[in-house]
Design a binder for this molecule. Structure first.
Ligand SMILES: *[C@@H]1O[C@H](CO)[C@@H](O)[C@H](O)[C@H]1NC(C)=O
Ligand SMILES: *[C@@H]1O[C@H](CO)[C@@H](O)[C@H](O)[C@H]1NC(C)=O
Ligand SMILES: *[C@@H]1O[C@H](CO)[C@@H](O)[C@H](O)[C@H]1NC(C)=O
Ligand SMILES: *[C@@H]1O[C@H](CO)[C@@H](O)[C@H](O)[C@H]1NC(C)=O
Length: 419
């Protein structure tokens, strides 16, 4: 494979028309008139213990709980070769072909800041960027659109293991150096794809900033969204504008919080990303199957002033998947999570679909369809996630193979499930 810079250069040179000095904004996908239907490529360029538990178990060190400690607490060569093998195999061109064949139009691709630069004392291992470029090439070949999603910022924007670093309290928002580093990376990502908006029509400047951690996080996040708009739309700092849509996350705040933020006519081409799960509280996992379907049906995504995309959701009704709440942390559903009340056994609810009863698979199909119906009242959806080593309840690929996800996402078996 040629070096990354060469691939990028040839991709840019292949384009003969310079973007106009902006008058009209023309996104590479007709957001608002066509529904986004897609999957996340979770656990590939950003490790997540629950998506690939074997990568973590194979280290033999229980202190390795995220990508930071993956680089910190083991032999560097061993870590690097494990990562290279993972990047080469977890997602390949065949996955892009299968995703397109399943009638989907988008993939959302999480990547960490450390793919772009690693600061002193940060143990991250690099090498992800050539795979980002391959992914874009494969997407172009198979007619898929890519959402490039910055999933981890310096200091961590949420303290989740999926930000790269599992922390008690996030450290991104309170440190101006961290934010400035993130701004620079977004500018880099913006310029990388400004001339390829037919394949990368949309960039998500930061996944899930922890708005629930208080006003300081929200204040930094709002300023960061304003700066990201400029960094994505004008990565060169000139009057030349890109046609890239900016996908900002709601930081776990209600729609009302964001009313009027980055709206027309001052801003164009901004979309809001919201993530909807029904498994991360004691009350959520205690819900009956019918409760889960009702909650999906009553989700209201209409009437918002930006395009509204459900960038993460899942048909899983429990938090049973191994390491879902973090490596070494149990599940609320079976009471093994500290402070939870047992609802029942996790057996037959996660792991291999071969252990799922036919009534559970029927429920997964109904819950999947109820969510798709609801989320298409907004501007569309991307399921979390395309594949998982041993959590078929979360895997789009397993849903296709085992019948709770239709081969064509518009081919509903329960079109009236929401009444
Ligand atoms: C496992 O991680 C710990 C940090 O908690 C580290 O001190 C130790 O050296 C690691 N063990 C091995 C075998 O690398
Ligand atoms: C802020 O973050 C940078 C890394 O981005 C780090 O070098 C610096 O020590 C941090 N400052 C404080 C006050 O924690
Ligand atoms: C896009 O390509 C044009 C030439 O085709 C070039 O002038 C421009 O700088 C490129 N923009 C970016 C952001 O790379
Ligand atoms: C959905 O939310 C919008 C915006 O807040 C509101 O106008 C509309 O009435 C709501 N629809 C339902 C069915 O609640």
């Amino acid at each position: 494979m040629p070096p990354f810079r060469l691939i990028l250069a040839s991709a840019l040179l292949g384009l003969s028309v310079a973007p106009s000095v902006l008058s009209t904004f023309t996104p590479g996908f007709p957001y608002g008139s066509e529904k986004v239907r897609g999957v996340n490529l979770g656990g590939w360029l950003v490790l997540e213990p629950w998506i690939t538990p074997s990568l973590f178990d194979n280290t033999g060190n229980k202190s390795i709980v995220d990508e930071w400690t993956f680089g910190q607490y083991q032999n560097r060569d061993a870590a690097e070769s494990a990562l290279q093998a993972h990047w080469n195999t977890w997602i390949t061109e065949e996955d892009f072909a299968n995703i397109a064949a399943a009638g989907l139009n988008h993939v959302r691709l999480p990547i960490g800041y450390w793919a772009f630069e690693v600061g002193p004392g940060e143990p991250y291992i690099q090498g992800q960027l050539p795979y980002l470029q391959k992914a874009v090439t494969w997407a172009g070949k198979h007619g898929l659109k890519v959402i490039v999603d910055l999933h981890g910022a310096p200091g961590s924007q949420n303290g989740f293991d999926n930000s790269g670093q599992r922390l008690e309290f996030p450290g991104w928002h309170s440190n101006a150096t961290n934010v400035a580093r993130t701004d620079a990376i977004i500018k880099t990502i913006g310029s990388m794809f400004a001339n390829q908006t037919d394949i990368v029509p949309i960039i998500a400047p930061l996944n899930e900033p922890a708005g629930f951690d208080g006003a300081a996080v929200l204040k930094t996040t709002k300023q960061y969204w304003l700066d990201s708009y400029k960094n994505i739309r004008n990565p060169g700092g000139s009057s030349q504008q890109s046609n890239t849509v900016v996908l900002i996350h709601d930081a776990f705040q209600p729609r009302s919080y964001w009313e009027g933020f980055e709206t027309a006519p001052d801003y164009t081409g901004v979309a809001m990303d919201t993530h909807i799960y029904q498994v991360f509280s004691n009350a959520d996992v205690a819900m009956s199957h019918q409760d889960h379907i009702n909650a999906a049906c009553s989700t209201n995504l209409t009437g918002f002033d930006l395009w509204l995309i459900v960038g993460e959701w899942s048909p899983a009704p429990t938090d049973c998947a191994t390491y879902l709440n973090g490596r070494g942390i149990g599940a609320r559903y079976d009471g093994s999570f500290s402070g939870s009340t047992r609802v029942g056994s996790c057996t037959g609810l996660t792991g291999s679909a071969s252990t799922f009863s036919s009534s559970y698979k029927t429920f997964l199909r109904q819950f999947w369809e109820a969510q798709v119906i609801s989320y298409e009242k907004g501007d569309g959806w991307l399921q979390w996630t395309w594949k998982a080593e041993s959590a078929d309840d979360w895997s789009y690929q397993a849903g296709l193979a085992n019948g709770w996800i239709p081969q064509d996402p518009t081919d509903l078996m329960y079109p009236n499930i929401c009444g």
